[in-house]
Design a protein. Structure first.
Length: 120
């Protein structure tokens, strides 16, 4: 049996949850803090960051691949291959459009948001 390499740090993070003399609320709070801290640190180690130009280009790449596959489905003379191209092309085109529209919506909402601190 292969063990997950993240199992030992997780057990260390959950160790504060085993204190029986604490009240139930305090014990739950300690457990929650330990687990969320572990997940944050593990997420930071496993997060994959893309260069900004590549990240900004992804919706257009998805749409271009989708259009290319749809065009290939139109031109290809084989029986089953055009249907696969058409399905994958349509999904890729929709993914690119959804990603582009969601980013556009997020950026317009952030531009309308007052970024001044509430303390000022």
């Amino acid at each position: 049996m292969v063990r997950d390499e993240g199992e030992a740090p997780f057990r260390q993070a959950v160790e504060p949850c085993r204190f029986s003399e604490l009240t139930a609320n305090r014990q739950a709070l300690l457990c929650y803090d330990a687990i969320t801290a572990f997940r944050r640190t593990r997420h930071n180690f496993l997060a994959m960051w893309l260069p900004r130009p590549f990240y900004e280009f992804l919706p257009y790449l998805y749409m271009a691949v989708g259009l290319a596959l749809l065009a290939a489905a139109w031109v290809t003379e084989v029986e089953t291959l055009p249907s696969v191209f058409m399905v994958v092309g349509a999904l890729s085109l929709m993914a690119g459009l959804v990603l582009w529209l969601r980013r556009k919506d997020y950026r317009t909402r952030q531009a309308q948001y007052n970024s001044r601190s509430l303390d000022e």
